[in-house]
Each structure stands twice: as C-alpha cells, then as structure tokens.
Write a protein that binds this ligand. Structure first.
Ligand code: ADP
Ligand code: MG
Ligand code: MG
Length: 251
C-alpha cells in the first residue's frame, strides 16, 4: 500500500536535514505504529507524505499503490486514498462541519471522475457514519472544530476518515491530550474502520494507545530514520525501558 524508500527530507527555509533515509513498507490490511523520541521526525514524515509546504525531498521515494506520491498535489494525494489525522486539528470558523465534509467528499469523487453526491444522499451517509461512531449529530451542524473539546476534535477526524473512506490512514499523535475515555472512542473508531483494503500508520509517543489499537508492526524512529522494527512487543519494551537503549544500539 505505502512504500517509502531511503526518504531524505530537509527544511526548505534552512539547511537542516530532518529525515535521513526512511525505509518503510506498509501492506494493505495492516496497522503499523511508529514510535520514537520527541524531535525524531515522526510528524515531518506525515507532513511530507501529505504534501505540506516547507519541506524539500532531497532523495528517495514514496509511493501509494505504486503511484508516486511526491509528484502529486495534496488534493490529488487525498483523492488517491491518503488521509492524515493531525496532532492539532484546525478550526475553520464560518464553515459548517457538514458542508466541509460534503465538499471534501465531492472533491474526491470529482478527482476520481465520479459523480457528485446530492445533499440529501450525503446527509443519509453521514448520519449513518456518525451513528456507527457514536458521534452526536449536533456536532455536524457546528463550524469545523470550533469550540470542540480535544476529544470531539479527534472524534471529528475519525468521522472525516469514515466518510472519506481512505485506503491509507496516517494518525499523527491522535492520542495526545486525550483522556482515557476519549482515547477509547478514537481507538474504537479506528478499529471499526480496520479493513483488508485499508492500512493504518499510527504515530504515537506513548505505548498506551497501542493497547487499544493493536498494531501488527511497530517501528522506532530516531534521528530521522527507522532504527528498529518489531512486533507489538517492541512497544511494550519501549514502555518499560524508554528509547535510550534502542537509540544507543543504533548509534
Ligand atoms: P516528532 O514529530 O518526532 O516529535 P518532528 O518531525 O516534529 O518530530 O521534528 C523533527 C525535527 O525537525 C525536530 O528537531 C524539529 O525541531 C525539526 N523541525 C521540524 N519542522 C521544523 C521547522 N519548520 N523549523 C525548524 N525545525 C523544524
Ligand atoms: Mg513532537
Ligand atoms: Mg510530532
């Protein structure tokens, strides 16, 4: 599904190399987790994959189902099936959540050469999804993320994900700032979306999220590279011993 090879990325503004040869291969149907110390480049990796400005790829490649992601515009990446849930979801004053979701949904259909869906049909679809995810329909009427609690913002991102139906979902520290109940809701939402045709990359600083979203593979990132890969037990090892040993071993 997602194939990253030798990815090197520097900041556009300054001569600072952040990713120094990331190799990562995520198969359809799998959940991969990336853990790692603060500043190791986890968010940078997700930003670069989403096509955010400010980064320059100096070497390597990233493909989604064989298509060169790095050549695509951000909206083309989304239409190709890439979805990113960010650490800090943006608030959009004046734009209703429902309108936002329908616009995003139809933009993707258009990019794929499919017909737009009517407001009535979309309403049906979104009510269904909201119900599945136990999301209060009231949240659909409010401006995007405005005045939402941390937990509501995260849940809203899961709703976006459910509605857009991406193939490759990347969650960047979706657990940060969540209490246990909210984390469970988000995890349940993700677990409900697990599917043979869909893959997840769950970026997290802490192990606790992985108690709820059970990963198939765990990677440790340090200093701009994946330095260790293992099964779920690797996350428990990190929880117990921290990152120091793994980072030292790599050095
Ligand atoms: P993580 O998500 O693993 O905590 P980040 O990807 O946020 O790591 O950051 C990796 C490194 O790149 C850090 O040293 C961070 O300070 C630096 N960095 C990222 N973006 C910028 C930026 N726009 N300007 C300066 N430094 C940056
Ligand atoms: Mg960080
Ligand atoms: Mg980060």
């Amino acid at each position: 599904m997602l194939e990253i090879k030798n990815l090197h990325v520097k900041l556009e503004e300054e001569d600072k190399q952040i990713l120094k040869g990331v190799d990562l291969s995520v198969e359809a149907g799998k959940v991969h987790a990336i853990m790692g110390p603060n500043g190791s480049g986890k968010s940078t990796l997700s930003y670069v994959l989403s096509g955010r400005d400010g980064y320059e790829v100096t070497d390597g490649s990233a493909t989604l189902e064989g298509a060169d992601l790095l050549e695509l515009e951000p909206e083309e990446r989304a239409a190709a099936g890439l979805f990113l849930a960010f650490q800090y979801p943006v608030e959009i004053p004046g734009v209703g959540n429902m309108t936002f979701l329908r616009t995003a949904f139809n933009a993707q259909r258009k990019a794929r050469g499919e017909e737009e869906i009517s407001a009535a049909d979309f309403l049906k679809l979104i009510r269904e999804k909201a119900k599945e995810l136990k999301i209060d329909a009231d949240m659909l009427k409010r401006p995007v993320n405005m005045g939402f609690s941390g937990g509501e913002k995260k849940r809203n991102e899961i709703l976006q994900m459910a509605v857009l139906g991406p193939k490759m979902c990347i969650l960047d520290e979706t657990d940060s700032g969540l209490d246990v109940d909210a984390m469970k809701l988000v995890s349940d939402g993700v677990n409900a979306l697990r599917d043979e045709g869909r893959a997840f990359l769950v970026i997290t600083h802490y192990q606790r999220l992985l108690n709820h979203i059970k990963p198939d593979v765990v990677h440790i990132m340090s200093n701009g590279r994946i330095v260790k890969t293992g099964g779920p037990e690797l996350a428990l090892e990190v929880e117990e011993n921290g990152y120091a040993d793994i980072v030292a071993e790599d050095a």
